[in-house]
Design a protein around this ligand. Structure first.
Ligand code: ATP
Ligand code: FE
Length: 339
């Protein structure tokens, strides 16, 4: 079975071809236009998707060395995401499928982040260990922070979530306070590796159950910087590495406190991370360390399957295909689609 996956939920236009569970191509066109604005501008994102989608799909088909007639179904991201961006991918998927006379499959982007763990890079990849059910997945991305109890490929329950900012926003918004360009997450990661994580202390929220909150951290960092720059106007420049290391440690501590609590509560020792923020070197290291301490089996996605990509949409599409879940031609995107 060959599936074309299409992802256009935020600011990356991506198309991928999967043959059974093996990825044959995964093309991604990022959008530089947003850098100047310090965040994604929805209107500009839709326009860029519109320009990128055809060449990206064409490249995915060519690089997979297949013909478009070989495709059995088209999977697309229905949501969650920016409506204008989702409309481009959804409309394209519908028209192309109509032209090829093949079915369409709607995919939840957050399912995609979790199921990225099941992508093979070479046929019948046996060396790669995949999570076994049930497992717990900490999905940390630009718009979400979820502790997901994954019972089966398409049977997932969000048992904890953020009540305000996502982990990615915690990175990006605090990075902005430090004067770093968007998206600041990867830069905090880079500077954190050169700094002392215990140099500064930031507040951690009190949240019930397995839930998160990151807006308090942002205010805390703002006040901290205002206070310190009064004493030394170049405080940030003089302490950038230490601030980033301390900030990153705080965010990771917050994430892992609840993750550990959830694994104990559900008595599960198969633990995965997913989403753009799971590219963070500190989070990856911490998962391995906690795994050794708490006897977890841990799963970390390859970098290219952490941030938005169509390979994860294609593999999720495959599981829907096997279940016979096809979408109607009148399907429309949903910005706030829930798991
Ligand atoms: P969602 O999946 O919730 O709709 P999204 O698709 O926009 O959101 P992703 O592409 O999965 O989000 O992730 C983007 C986020 O990941 C950004 O906030 C970015 O700063 C963050 N990120 C990427 N790499 C790193 C890193 N190394 N360290 C910290 N954060 C990172
Ligand atoms: Fe995403």
């Amino acid at each position: 079975i060959i599936i074309l996956g299409i992802e256009s939920s935020c600011d990356d236009t991506s198309a991928a071809i999967i043959k059974n569970e093996t990825i044959l191509s995964n093309e991604i066109a990022g959008q530089k236009v947003h850098e100047a604005y310090g965040g994604v501008v929805p209107e500009l994102a839709s326009r860029a998707h519109q320009q990128n989608i055809l060449p990206v799909v064409d490249a995915a088909i060519k690089n997979a060395k297949i013909n478009k007639e070989d495709i059995d179904a088209i999977a697309f991201t229905r949501g969650p995401g920016l409506l204008g961006s989702l409309i481009v991918g959804t409309s394209f998927a519908k028209s192309f499928a109509l032209g090829l006379n093949i079915p369409i499959i709607e995919v939840n982007h957050m399912h995609g982040h979790v199921l990225a763990h099941f992508i093979d890079e070479i046929e019948n990849e046996e060396i790669k260990e995949k999570p076994s059910f049930p497992f717990i997945c900490l999905t940390v991305s630009g718009g979400h922070t979820q502790i997901v109890l994954v019972r089966d490929f398409l049977e997932m329950e969000v048992v904890g979530t953020t009540k305000d900012d996502a982990a990615g926003e915690a990175f990006d918004k605090t990075a902005k306070l430090l004067g770093l360009p968007y998206p600041g997450g990867p830069l905090i990661d880079k500077y954190a590796n050169l700094g002392n994580p215990d140099a500064f202390k930031f507040t951690k929220p009190e949240m019930p159950d397995f839930n998160y909150s990151f807006s308090g951290l942002k205010s805390n960092v703002l006040q901290f910087l205002q206070r310190e720059t009064k004493k030394d106007k170049d405080f940030v420049q003089h302490n950038l590495n230490d601030i980033c290391a301390s900030l990153q440690k705080t965010i990771i501590d917050i994430l892992f406190d609840k993750l550990i609590k959830a694994t104990k509560h559900f008595d599960i020792n198969e633990v995965a991370i997913a989403g753009g923020v799971s590219a963070n070197s500190g989070i990856r290291k911490r998962l391995t360390e906690e795994g050794e301490k708490l006897k977890w089996k841990t799963y970390i996605p390859k970098f290219e399957y952490c941030t938005d990509n169509a390979a994860m949409i294609a593999i999720t599409g495959r599981f829907h295909y096997l279940n016979g879940n096809f979408a109607d031609q009148s399907v429309s995107p949903m910005a706030r689609l829930k798991i």
